[in-house]
Design a protein around this ligand. Sequence first.
Ligand code: GLU
Length: 350
Amino acid sequence: MKHIKLLAAIALALCISFSAVAKPKIRIIATGGTIAGVSSTSASSAYTAGQVGIQTLIDAVPQMLYLADISGEQLVNIGSQDMNDEVWLKLAKRVNQLLNEEGYDGVVITHGTDTMEETAYFLNLTVHSEKPVILAGSMRPSNAISADGPANLYNAVAAAVSPACKGQGVLCCMNNQLLDAKSVIKSHTIDCDTFEGGHYGVIGYVYNGEAHILQKVTTKHTVSSVFSVEKLDRLPKVGIVYGYANCSPLPMQAFVDAQYDGIVLAGVGDGNFYKDVFDVAVKAQNSGIQIVRSSRCPSGPTCLNSEVDDDKYHFVASLDLNPQKARILLMLALTKTHDWQEIQEFYKEY
Ligand code: GLU
């Protein structure tokens, strides 16, 4: 009996000391991008994205093992210009599984920077957890002089273990900054300081392995999102048409002919159409293809019923979403409804 009591006391002591040092469990999902890219010479800007695997990325940043219990998996290894619906559905399902079924405390996703903002926004609407989900990438390949990937990955893990980043939706962590999924935009083709916070600004930063949130995200996301990918194996087809002076209606007509479910206009100014494009858009809307007006301007909202009478034509205004994010919301909205007014409400909420 004495023996059993002693063993129980030792087991309890071990448990207590283990839980005192147990670190948060963080899973890194690698998808490729420049962070996994390799240049043929370290001084060259020519390189191929998505070359090195997840274990090489983890091994390059041993410092993050002090912050978390790290493990990784390779989902795909692509340049993010090749990101697609199939990978998005797989990724969202996997993140939900890791956070809601497998007991992980946070997820970091390594990703190319070209479409990082789109993936972040897609996950923001389809991951159902308050736990941190952080995307990180780099602008310089892994073997470049002053590669930025290792620091970005370390900072992303610091954000993923931080209570401050809980409930903020999906965040991008680049160049010491934290940016929310709705407003983050890639703004420069080659600089490390490429991500900007759009309408809302940068919402926080990571310094010395600690994340600091400066402002809370107030729009709906993650746990308050009505969108779910669990039963989806494909997404509605939505294309983007770019506006310009003397604009050809052919791309818009091509989407109509290909029976797309929705079309987003990257319009001029406050989401305005060239007249020939407008005529095709009205016909498309009347035939059941939802038109969403957004803008090619890098900043400012696309307002409802300003120069275009949206109520008359049943167009939807993208408000604070740029065309590429307006496309994502329209794809998910069309999994729920084809009512233009309900779709407009989604743009107000998300
Ligand atoms: N085009 C590549 C990609 O998006 C390189 C951009 C990057 O990762 O920085 O994956």
